[in-house]
Design a protein around this ligand. Structure first.
Ligand SMILES: [Zn+2]
Length: 368
């Protein structure tokens, strides 16, 4: 990756700084910046984004997609901080729409995958909608699955780029995980998401604040099926419906439940589980209905960011921010919260079996 090469070049410059005069160092850094700019795609300032109704996979390209941990840029963090869109919103865990007490928000994490269609096919047969929290780095491998999910009318939200535990990351890396996650959804659907789900349900005040500066609101869940944890023992199709039976016996309503559309076993448990809800009089709804809002798409803050050209050219603008080279993050004022707001703590499927996922499972350069 060119930005990484640049960072290495600058690191070398800094490491050798003793033997250079300050002007020499400035020249070398300046030349490195020129080199970087010269390698930028001259057309990259024009987003390849078409209105949703015109989108096909033919117009989709992932030239911008990083492999592995995404690069992060202080300039992005500063941009969002300057938007001053922060509002201290609570993490959403339940359906708060008051018009129907029996609503139930079914949600599916960590796709798109080769198994997503099993879930969407079932929902199509039932004429119901759900919510899919997608890992950005899975999208280039399964764009059709995401497009089909979107075209079927399901709600879609960000689940980061690499399934990173956000509370462990620097401010810049959190911004990067969310920006690339949004970019993946935008590339395929032409819509900008306004909700995200933090991997493992791990979120604190700092993460909420940064996400809020991107116009994003956090949604976790009220009830976790732990479906991924039964795959190894082959008991998923029994354990998951059992969990739903128990919740229904307890009279649970307005729940947001967590399942996964990545494993054959976890998607196979979906029809029976959802049928139990239907038989018990629950109305399965996507997040938008759950929250009583018209749409989960449309994010003016992120739309303005991508229109600014800063995504393609993070070193543009004046003054040019220094490239990050110390691996320690670049805090521009987001205060690390002491109190962690946790949903149910789980070890997600990425920890369970990385080889069956399509992302590398590595954390971004978080410092802890
Ligand atoms: Zn997940």
């Amino acid at each position: 990756m060119l930005p990484s090469l640049l960072a290495v070049a600058v690191l070398c410059c800094v490491a050798c700084a003793d033997s250079f005069q300050p002007d020499d160092l400035n020249n070398i850094v300046g030349e490195a910046m020129d080199l970087y700019r010269a390698h930028l795609d001259p057309n990259s300032k024009t987003p390849s984004l078409l209105p949703a109704e015109n989108r096909t996979l033919a117009s989709v390209n992932f030239d911008w997609a990083p492999t592995g941990s995404p690069p992060s840029y202080a300039s992005w963090t500063m941009y969002f901080q300057q938007q001053q869109t922060y509002a201290d919103l609570p993490v959403l865990t339940h359906c708060v729409d008051s018009t129907n007490v029996n609503v139930w928000g079914a949600s599916f994490d960590d796709g798109p995958s080769e198994n997503t269609h099993v879930v969407t096919d079932y929902f199509a047969r039932k004429n119901m909608k759900a919510t899919f929290w997608v890992i950005g780095s899975n999208v280039p491998a399964f764009p059709q699955a995401l497009l089909d999910t979107f075209n079927a009318g399901h709600d879609i939200g960000i689940h980061t780029w690499t399934h990173a535990q956000l509370t462990d990351l620097s401010d810049d890396d959190i911004v990067s995980e969310l920006v690339y996650g949004a970019r993946a959804i935008y590339e395929v659907t032409g819509k900008m998401p306004k909700f995200f789900r933090p991997p493992y349900g791990e979120i604190d005040r700092r993460v909420r604040k940064i996400a809020s500066s991107l116009g994003l609101e956090a949604v976790t869940w009220s009830h976790d099926t732990l479906d991924w944890s039964y795959v190894a023992s082959g008991s998923t199709e029994q354990q998951v419906p059992d969990a739903f039976r128990e919740w229904l016996q307890d009279g649970v309503t307005r729940a947001i439940t967590l399942q996964h559309d990545i494993f054959e076993e976890t998607v196979a448990a979906v029809p029976q589980s959802m049928d139990l809800l239907i038989d018990a009089g629950r109305t399965i709804v996507p997040l938008s209905t759950c929250l009583g809002i018209p749409s989960v798409f449309g994010n003016p803050t992120l739309e303005a960011f991508f229109a600014s050209g800063l995504f393609e050219n993070p070193y543009s603008g004046s003054p040019v921010p220094p490239p990050k080279h110390d691996g320690g993050g670049y805090s521009v004022g987001f205060v690390k919260g002491r109190k962690t707001v946790k949903a149910v703590r789980v070890d997600g499927p990425t920890k369970f079996d990385k080889s069956r996922s399509h992302f590398n499972g590595k954390r971004s350069n978080g410092a802890r």
